[in-house]
Every structure is written in structure tokens, then in C-alpha cells.
Design a protein around this ligand. Sequence first.
Ligand code: SF4
Length: 76
Amino acid sequence: TYVVIDNCIACKYTDCVEVCPVDCFYEGENMLVIHPDECIDCGVCEPECPADAIRPDTEPDMEKWVEFNRKYSEAW
Ligand code: SF4
């Protein structure tokens, strides 16, 4: 799965949301998040992010971001 990290805070672009083929972006409190179970790992959103906030969970120390993305994508 891909996840959104805190570089997203205050970013006003939603290019990532528009390209996602499965609509798995959700609004968190002050940033977007990706539902980790709905993301199909296609990767098309990553280069669209001007803030470099979208990362694959295969990067080191991403567990907390996966949980964060899950929590806020299921919050409402
Ligand atoms: Fe959506 Fe693909 Fe990005 Fe996952 S990797 S959030 S499916 S655009």
C-alpha cells in the first residue's frame, strides 16, 4: 500500500485524489490519508504529489504511517 505522510499538511493540491482509480483517499484532520486496504498499490498518485508526501509502505519506519492512514480513513 501507499500512505500519506505529514509532508501533506497544508498542501492545497488534490492531484493525487483525482488520479486514484479506486478513490481510496480520505480527508484526515489536516491532511489527506489513503485507506491501506483499499489502495491497490498502482503507484500513479506518487508522482502527482507536489509535496512528496505519498510513500510506499516498503520504505523504512512506515508502520506508524500505515496505522495513521488507516485510523483517519475509517474515522468517518
Ligand atoms: Fe490510489 Fe494507486 Fe495511489 Fe493506491 S497507489 S492511493 S490505488 S493511486
